[in-house]
Write a protein that binds this ligand. Structure first.
Ligand SMILES: *Cc1c(COP(=O)(O)O)cnc(C)c1O
Length: 395
């Protein structure tokens, strides 16, 4: 298609007209089960009545005032996030990359405020994804993100995800923090082992480093806990959140302990839009739903149902599928070869999924999915694998 939009995306030639719950509809009435959730964003599905009401209500009152003034919705959402996490305070952004950027600045400012400005380097993991700004592609460190945009921002060192020895060996006099995703998302749904997370906490404590988790994709209920690190019982000092927190409205935030954030003083950081009344109305409504009794248990139960169904399907189609991994409703289906033919076949059969690193089909269903949606998706995946027969043989 000849387009005036900058061609940075390889797009699928479908446009949707409306959404409802776990489903998307095109103009001509075709219906798709949306297990992309806009890449982990529309956590409560499409057109959730409580979010529509919260947004419409706020839209009639006040959209924007600037952070020069107190924003009551922001105070409220920050207090609730603090009450439910390790953190003492929160900075609101419009995106995940800005949330990670805020975390990077929080780390650097922490050591600057401690009179140790020479400590600024952050140890990151291979195959990481932290966003598309200059600092966050540098933190991601992958050639495919940096190509054409070099030089990278200085201050990021990379080691193998899951490897504590390499992490220790990478620590120097200039090291300030360790940054990882508790479950790598774009990298292909790779959950960190609990021992690894405990080990990172111990290393951070031993060397006086800050531990910084990027929960932009795995947070906000996606795994069946509010945040994925809760499964291991390992708290970070700084955390980036976005995607699911706005369920489609652009919202992100950076959470930190008071000590970690001691350099974030008046005038040190800002955002024109971040945390505006519209965004906060939606963010508070999303949190209302996620924190309701039983909601996270539901996510966990649906995750177990999806995972066990997929294990059966993997066993039945060894020519197409190599395995399945993930937690809750953040699941990666590893293929035996390039996953694109399977993703195309799933779409033909009415199920939307998204590619991940390492030959992985990512399944990120909305957290409101019930047994009906999970079982429908399992049926489509089984049927699509049968239709494909084998991957990587010209099928
Ligand atoms: C999506 C993502 C980001 C970047 O978020 P944007 O809103 O696209 O800037 C950062 N970290 C992780 C783990 C992500 O999945």
């Amino acid at each position: 298609m000849n387009s005036a939009v900058m061609p940075t995306y390889g797009r699928v030639d479908i446009a949707f007209d409306r959404g409802e719950g776990a489903y998307l509809f095109t103009n001509d009435g075709a219906r798709y089960l949306d297990f992309t959730s806009g890449i982990g964003v529309t956590s409560l599905g499409h057109a959730h009545p409580r979010l529509v009401a919260a947004l419409a209500d706020q839209a009639e009152k006040l959209w924007h005032t600037s952070n020069m003034f107190y924003i009551p919705g922001q105070e409220r959402l920050a207090e609730r996030l603090v009450a439910n996490t390790f953190a003492d305070n929160v900075f609101f952004t419009n995106s995940g990359a800005e949330a990670v950027e805020c975390g990077i600045k929080t780390v650097r400012a922490h050591f600057d405020a401690a009179g140790d400005a020479g400590r600024y380097r952050i140890i990151c993991a291979n195959q990481a994804f932290h966003g598309r700004t200059m600092a966050t592609i540098s933190a991601g460190g992958q050639d495919k993100l940096l190509k054409g945009f070099e030089p990278a921002v200085d201050g990021f060192d990379h080691v193998a995800f899951g490897n504590l020895n390499e992490t220790r060996a990478a620590i120097g006099d200039e090291t300030a923090a360790i940054l990882i995703e508790p479950i790598q998302g774009e990298g292909g749904i790779r959950p960190a082992e609990e021992d690894y997370l405990h080990g990172l906490r111990d290393i951070a404590d031993e060397y006086g480093l800050l531990l910084f988790f990027d929960e932009v994709q795995c947070g906000m209920g996606r795994t069946g806990k509010l945040f994925a690190h809760e499964w291991a019982g390992v708290a970070p000092d700084v955390m980036a959140v976005a995607k699911g927190i706005g369920s489609g409205f652009p919202v992100g935030c950076c959470l930190a302990t008071q000590d970690a954030a001691k350099g974030m003083v008046p005038g040190s950081h800002g955002s024109t839009y971040g945390g505006n009344p519209l965004a906060m109305a939606v963010g508070n409504a999303v949190l209302d739903v996620i924190l309701e009794d039983g909601f996270l248990d539901h996510v966990e139960a649906m995750g177990v149902r999806l995972m066990s169904g997929l294990e059966r399907i993997v066993a039945g189609h060894p020519g197409v599928l190599a395995g399945v991994r993930g937690r809750g409703l953040m699941v990666g289906l590893a293929c035996t070869a390039d996953p694109k033919p399977l993703i195309g076949k799933l779409r033909e059969n009415g199920l939307l999924t998204v590619v991940g690193g390492g030959n992985v089909v990512r399944l990120l269903p909305p957290l409101i999915s019930g047994e009906t949606e999970i079982d429908a998706a399992l049926g489509i995946i089984d049927e699509s694998c049968a239709q494909l027969g084998k991957l990587g043989e010209g099928t």
